[in-house]
Write a protein that binds this ligand. Structure first.
Ligand SMILES: [Zn+2]
Length: 490
């Protein structure tokens, strides 16, 4: 039987791999960049096509983003959050021009409008995100591709890539060299899928002028300039990623970590080629984490579009209905999220388990062995042994932390689970007081309730060893705690 690091029988058996061999923990993948960039914040960026109910693979990538954000916050003492991009430029419909056979497509945004997209996000993601955000103490923001493409930063970056189009076009389109820029017809919103007749007519410091041909409305001209958010700019997948990663790479304060499904490993070679061709400096290069893929028994990625094309007979016997449409999960949303957080947490226990793929059968097996009674939902905090023991004995009734984004959610009545070396103690919050500094905090909180064994001066010295001034600048939160079900002697 395989043993995990702590000597207990392992739930998972995974072979070694190049990347897993180089890492002790999956989060270490970020360390070289965190050490050089010293960012003020880390954002975990996850993009999802908004085209109907999510399948397990989609929610797995998203859950990984939240759990990695939680782990990174603790590991690097840097505030983190998740940034969710709803890709509402996914194709809603494609038609062929009967005469020329050029393909035309309409995006979800153009088919459903801003309100329709908002409803899709609300229906399939809002409750899920709220739940996984709570379960991981991690904030998140939602934006659409439509919002992104309208920003001056995105437009300016796109125009810069046009100046170097000759250098990147074979990276973006290695088979034919034609980069797919789609500028929907101003009258009907349809655009040429493969840019057959969409041409860059003029480019100067004021922007770019494209000419294109609509299926119904004939020739039209569109001018893209860095300030104006019209007309709509739709880019093929690789090109969109190139522009987005260039924009995010310029942010001096925030390190953006792209969280991508494992199938992206192949495509990113081409994006990297283009980033190199644009002379992207090393400190602006994207950092990416590829998450486990969910595979059908054939080894192919679990795919809803394949199922739509082939019908339900294409459904492998191992696939449970909720794996393809997670709204079919037989339980509450919190129950689903707790199961996923548990699952991804298990995958993250060892890089060997995280940097690999899983068949639906194996994931199904794991889900059936998950703890029947998930632990009560609580904010989680790691803590040193000497303080853990004082809390478990009921002698420490005030816990002090810096007021980062994960602490702002803590309220009177919240539950906090303190963890230390495999032990846990559950507490309830009795009060929350916020202060500017540790000094101010000790002026108001009973010293002995923070630590009955040390003086104010000793405690201040200890706490400032844990939190450098930049962390203290976030503010200080003193949390009153009481034991829930105090441990009884055995
Ligand atoms: Zn038109």
């Amino acid at each position: 039987m395989a043993l995990s690091r702590n000597g207990k029988p392992g739930l998972l058996v995974s072979p070694n791999s190049v990347l897993a061999n180089a890492l002790l923990r999956s989060i270490d993948l970020l360390r070289p960049r965190v050490l050089t960039a010293r960012p003020g914040r880390i954002e975990f960026v996850v993009g999802t096509q908004i085209n109907g109910a999510p399948h397990l693979g989609t929610n797995l990538v998203q859950t990984a983003a939240f759990l990695l954000a939680k782990t990174a916050r603790r590991e690097f003492s840097i505030d983190t959050r998740v940034r969710f991009a709803a890709l509402d430029n996914a194709p809603y419909d494609v038609v062929l021009d009967p005469e020329t056979h050029h393909a035309y497509q309409q995006t979800y945004f153009h088919a459903l409008g801003k309100d329709g997209i908002g409803e899709l996000i609300e229906r399939y993601y809002q409750a899920f995100f709220a739940s996984v955000s709570e379960a991981t103490d991690t904030d998140y923001a939602v934006e659409t591709y439509t919002d992104q493409q309208a920003t001056p930063g995105f437009r300016a970056e796109f125009l810069r890539t046009l100046e170097r189009l000759e250098a990147i076009r074979w990276w973006m389109a290695p088979s034919h060299g034609v980069v797919h820029v789609r500028i929907p017809c101003p009258e009907c919103g349809w655009a040429e899928k493969r840019a057959d007749r969409t041409k860059l007519a003029h480019l100067d410091e004021d922007g770019a002028t494209f000419t294109a041909v609509c299926l119904d409305h004939g020739d039209y001209e569109a001018h893209i300039d860095p300030e104006d958010d019209a007309p709509y700019l739709d880019l093929a997948t690789l090109y969109r990623n190139l522009v987005k990663e260039r924009v995010l790479g310029r942010d001096p304060d925030v390190l953006h970590v792209m969280i991508k499904g494992g199938d992206w490993t192949f495509g990113c070679q081409l994006v990297d080629g283009a980033l190199g061709a644009l002379d992207t400096p090393p400190t602006h290069m994207p950092i990416r984490v590829f998450t486990p893929q969910v595979l059908a028994p054939t080894g192919a990625k679990l795919s809803k579009s394949l199922l739509r094309e082939r019908g339900p007979d294409a459904l492998p016997a191992d696939v449970e209905p909720w794996m393809l449409d997670t709204t079919a999960w037989p339980g509450s949303i919190n129950n689903y999220v707790d199961a996923l957080v548990w699952l991804v947490g298990e995958l993250l226990t060892d890089p060997k388990h995280f940097f690999r793929s899983f068949t639906v059968k194996e994931l199904g097996r794991l889900m059936t062995v998950r703890p029947a009674e998930p632990a009560v939902r609580a904010h989680e905090m790691g803590i040193y042994k000497r303080y853990f023991d004082l809390i478990a004995q009921g002698k420490k009734t005030t816990e002090v932390r810096v007021n980062d984004s994960s602490r702002r959610k803590i309220k009177q009545g919240s539950l906090i689970r303190f963890r230390c070396q495999g032990d846990a103690v559950l507490t309830r919050v009795t009060r929350v007081n916020r202060y500017e500094s540790f000094e101010e905090m000790f002026d108001h909180e009973p010293i002995a309730s923070v630590n009955p064994l040390a003086t104010r001066a000793e405690q201040l010295a200890n706490i400032r060893q844990i939190y450098p001034p930049a962390r203290e600048a976030l503010g200080v939160v003193a949390i009153g705690i009481e034991l829930v079900d105090p441990p009884r002697p055995a």
